[in-house]
Design a protein around this ligand. Structure first.
Ligand SMILES: NC(=O)c1ccc[n+]([C@@H]2O[C@H](COP(=O)([O-])OP(=O)(O)OC[C@H]3O[C@@H](n4cnc5c(N)ncnc54)[C@H](O)[C@@H]3O)[C@@H](O)[C@H]2O)c1
Length: 322
């Protein structure tokens, strides 16, 4: 299978190496608006370098594309893939503009294009266990959180990253959406001023969003990016049921506590590898339903994160759908 890459920054190194190691894959092209970024990948992994997605699709004719674009750069590459009917896997978040994302989702569905979004949580063995445990239990309240530090660059500008709930805690919002179904209402409060102003940063240092799901579950999902210490257990989701508590520590472990005691499962599978293998199998079989997070499902996660931003901006309750 001929594979092309669009947007080849920090995140994509691991994915490029995974594809390189797959016997039935051939890397044919790298595309990046920074020519030196694409050329450096070509020097290391082969293929041809491009700065324009459409030109890459026409010249290199990939069977599938992997995109590692920053949140603000979405649009042109997806439009080119959809027009050429080339299957694509992409990093989250899928966009910052919900209307264009929905338009892309509709066109993907009409054309039956295989897509996949990098919400790797969905491929974890312990998340499968979490789903199984919740299937027979009555969940009421959940606490989700992503507590960490703050990267530099585009990450600290809201119009570029969307802010932490959109760029990072989106994994927790997606997991909650995956487990509890569609949400109907969100309200949120933000914290600023903990990190001293530097004239660049314009995102919240922290926020807490209350999400009411149509299923009746209420989740409080918090984000913090001002921490300098204490990041050894940075993110997770705790779900409180009538007869059990479930404590999911991001990509690490799941603990179930019932009246009979506690059981902890550690994660053993490589969810990022499984996610890519599944996407390629879906492409080979022409079966969009084979992946665990399609573009349309990525749009659902995006909607929750963008609703948090709207609630932060307006200080009002936000009804869904947006
Ligand atoms: N799933 C995860 O666990 C995880 C982890 C880290 C990052 N990510 C996501 O990966 C994405 C990329 O993050 P990163 O850290 O690699 O960013 P980065 O800034 O290191 O790399 C982005 C690359 O895209 C290029 N680019 C920008 N606009 C482009 C365009 N229009 N066309 C082609 N190339 C373009 C840039 O020149 C750069 O080389 C982000 O959406 C981020 O949220 C996901």
């Amino acid at each position: 299978m001929r594979i092309g890459f669009i947007g080849v920054g920090r995140r994509m190194t691991g994915h490029i190496k995974r594809i390189q190691a797959m016997v039935d894959c051939e890397i044919v092209a790298f595309c990046d608006v920074a020519p030196e970024a694409a050329e450096a990948r070509v020097a290391q992994f082969g293929g041809a370098a491009f700065t324009d997605a459409r030109s890459m699709l026409e010249a290199a004719r990939p069977d599938a594309v992997l995109m590692g674009l920053p949140p603000f750069a979405h649009g042109t590459a997806e439009a080119a893939c959809i027009e050429a009917e080339v299957p694509f896997w992409m990093e989250k978040p899928v966009h910052l503009d919900i209307d264009q994302a929905r338009e892309f989702a509709a066109r993907v569905a009409t054309k039956g294009i295989v897509t996949s979004v990098g919400y790797q949580e969905r491929y974890l063995d312990i998340v499968e266990r979490l789903e199984t445990e919740l299937a027979s239990r009555n969940a009421g309240i959940a606490f989700g959180y992503w507590m960490g530090g703050s990267p530099a660059g585009w990450w600290v500008r809201k119009e570029k990253s969307g802010g932490q709930p959109v760029e990072q805690t989106t994994h927790v919002f997606d997991l909650a959406r995956h487990l509890f179904g569609p949400a109907r209402r969100i309200y949120a409060a933000g914290v600023t001023g903990i990190i001293p102003p530097d004239g660049v940063r314009n995102i919240e240092d922290a926020s807490a969003a209350t999400v009411e799901f149509a299923s009746g579950v209420v989740a409080v999902i918090s984000s913090a990016c001002y921490l300098q210490v204490g990041q050894n257990v940075p993110a997770g989701l705790d779900v409180f049921c009538r007869d059990a508590n479930l404590h999911y520590q991001r990509r690490h472990s799941l603990t179930l506590t019932t009246a009979g005691g506690s059981t902890t499962w550690s994660s053993h599978n490589d969810s990022e590898q499984d996610m890519l293998v599944d996407f390629l199998a879906a492409v080979r079989g022409g079966d969009p339903s084979r992946v665990r997070c399609s573009y349309a499902q990525g749009v659902e996660a995006l909607e929750l994160s963008l609703a948090v931003n709207r609630a932060l901006e307006t200080r009002r309750v936000v009804d869904l759908p947006l």
